[in-house]
Design a protein around this ligand. Structure first.
Ligand code: ARG
Length: 591
């Protein structure tokens, strides 16, 4: 039940009867709530087509509009304003209270999609750059499922690239792998005794900086990478053991963040698709050789960017913004783009997906343009399959630079999580709740997720944990607190309330806020966004707090009013809990 859709239908009927075009008819929530609940600027966009003044055009329609429970009026220069009666709003509220989907309508044509988020790299520590992807990805997945899509999530671990060769080379040079390289060694039986995550976190950065200054070392790392990709021993067994060690840690971190995946595939799982994929490009005549590497040209005509002239009479030159995609290196090893294209081939073998959605930071724009164009060129992604790259901005510290913890350097994801939980625990302690790790985790992680998702996905934002954790303000904990408060009221009342009656402006405001929150789902669904859901949930929580301050709920003596107040509590609790669930945030009973 969507009151705006009902209104639109009614206005459309009248306008059509009068012979008017209704293409530009949109009914929106009012931005002057004192005046009306809904409005449309239809007359302003359409009257001139009929040489009429918007005001007169609007009046003509309003004169013919008769809908029970709605009051229409015209405001300068031609707005049609609508007020809805308390009775209609109460009906709506009672419907939402009972509906299993809280009154939110499913999409008309559900999609079958696969989502690619998380994207942690094996052998490298997860860092804050890997924090936003699982937060945004998980929330979008839950949103799409709630709206009726079939969605699977695949984390696409980075496990087939140069970092593996670099790490194993460094470990070998530092003497960690001697046993594996002994003649006749029984590889499977050897344990990675002295290698822990800490070791990996030290060895990889060491190798990574050395490769930039040491040609010979870099070449050797390239070779090691190739040996792994060729499954040559002992490289491959070492690789598998290191992968296992890392993946355990990654799983633990993602579980703490409530990020869940149907598939824990990595780049390496597309291995069997790599050769046939490269062959397909060759067979279709899409490749050429360049300095020993195999490349695919994907630039499109007219994409040239003018290079600024040094002097007036210099001839205008252009550069191409889209360099060729390298799908095979000089030494035969494959790269990030190759595994991504092969992964599309693999996914399309697994199922028929309408859309593949990637949630990756905004520095990978060129990579995804290359991967998408290559996949379309070779027909690996069918024409009617949508490939979507959702590029998110950077999480910055208060200094405006990418966020770092006190220890500096790359921030480990586990460090951030520890920080969230311990800060939340401190706050809880001041509220008299001690030593409850799970509650602290829910609040700390919820604070961060809400702080993140309140922003426009593509924008950078400042990670300000003290602000995010505030118990009053536009924060996750504020909404968790609202639900906890309602839990306490409902359990004291031992009664959930039966029927909502709108007998006060506070109740009316709450129902209106519920309606706005419900309409936010469709907007977010369409835009691949979550910020409107966050702000609407907050507005509802705020409206509840006004009700709570102005009404005595438990001690209300009028039975009908008391029942209505309790039903409002149940309504707010249900609707807010669902919004938090979709955002990937847990609720708590008490805080
Ligand atoms: N592992 C990559 C990185 O850390 C992210 C993977 C994103 N997904 C993808 N299909 N490329 O940058």
């Amino acid at each position: 039940m969507d009151l705006r859709a009902i209104l639109k239908d009614e206005i459309e009927k009248v306008a059509k009867k009068l012979g008017y075009n209704t293409d530009r008819l949109v009914v929106s929530f009012s931005n002057v709530p004192l005046l009306c609940d809904f409005q449309t600027n239809y007359a302003m966009t359409t009257a001139k087509e009929y040489n009429k003044k918007p005001f007169d055009f609007a009046q003509e329609i309003v004169d013919k509009l008769k809908v029970d429970g709605f009051e229409f009026s015209v405001a300068m220069p031609g707005f049609i304003n609508v007020k809805v009666s308390d009775g209609v709003l109460a009906n709506y509220a009672n419907y939402v209270l009972k509906d299993k989907d809280f009154g939110v309508e499913k999409v008309a044509s559900p999609r079958n999609i696969i989502m690619d988020y998380g994207g942690a790299n094996v052998a490298k520590a997860l860092h804050v750059g890997h924090l936003r992807s699982p937060i945004i990805g998980e929330a979008l997945k839950r949103l799409y499922r709630f709206m009726g899509d079939s969605v699977v999530a695949d984390t696409h671990l980075g496990d087939w690239g140069l970092q593996m060769g670099l790490t194993i080379l460094q470990l070998k040079l530092d003497g960690y792998l001697d046993e594996f390289f002994k003649a006749g060694a029984k590889l499977d039986a050897i344990e990675l005794k002295n290698i822990t995550l800490e070791t990996l976190n030290e060895e990889y950065p060491k190798a990574s900086s050395r490769k930039d200054v040491d040609e010979e070392f870099k070449k050797q790392a390239d070779d090691f990478t190739l040996y792994i990709q060729q499954k040559k021993e002992p490289y491959y067994t070492i690789y598998k053991k290191i992968r296992h060690l890392s993946v355990e840690e990654i799983k633990k971190n993602y579980a703490t963040l409530n990020a869940t995946f149907d598939y824990w595939y990595g780049e390496s799982d597309a291995d069997e698709y790599i050769e046939p994929t490269i062959q397909l490009f060759i067979d279709k005549g899409l490749t050429r050789e360049s300095e020993g590497a195999l490349v695919v040209d994907i630039a499109r005509e007219g994409e040239h960017i003018p290079i600024p002239k040094k002097s007036e009479d210099e001839e205008q030159r252009y550069k191409n913004p889209m360099p060729p995609a390298i799908i095979k290196k000089y030494n035969g090893a494959v790269l990030y783009a190759t595994t991504d294209i092969a992964t599309i081939a693999m996914r399309n073998k697994m199922d028929k997906y309408d859309e593949i959605i990637y949630i990756v930071d905004n520095r990978q724009e060129q990579h995804f343009t290359q991967v998408f164009r290559c996949s379309k060129l070779a027909g690996i992604s069918p024409e009617n399959q949508k490939l979507t790259y959702i590029a998110f901005g950077t999480m910055n510290g208060k200094d405006g630079k990418p966020f770092k913890t006190r220890s500096g350097g790359v921030v480990r994801l586990s460090e951030v999580i520890d920080m969230l939980v311990s800060k939340a625990a401190e706050k809880l302690k001041s509220n008299g709740i001690e030593n409850n790790f799970e509650v602290a985790r829910r609040i700390g992680v919820g604070a961060m997720k809400f702080g993140d998702l309140s922003n426009i996905v593509s924008k950078d934002y400042v990670f300000d944990l003290d602000k995010f954790l505030s118990f009053d303000g536009k924060t996750g904990p504020y909404i968790q607190y609202t639900i906890a408060r309602i839990n306490s009221i409902l359990s004291k009342a031992q009664n959930e309330g039966k029927e909502i009656n709108i007998y006060s402006s506070e109740i009316r405001d709450i129902v209106y806020a519920v309606m706005k929150l419900n309409s936010a789902y469709a907007v977010c669904y369409k835009d691949y966004s979550l910020n409107l859901l966050c702000s609407s949930a907050f507005d509802l929580a705020k409206a509840f707090s006004t009700l709570y301050n102005n009404h005595k709920i438990l001690s209300e003596e009028d039975d009908k009013k008391r029942d209505s107040l309790l039903a409002v509590c149940s309504l707010v609790k249900r609707v807010l809990s669902n919004a938090l669930y979709v955002l990937g945030i847990d609720t708590v009973d008490k805080m």
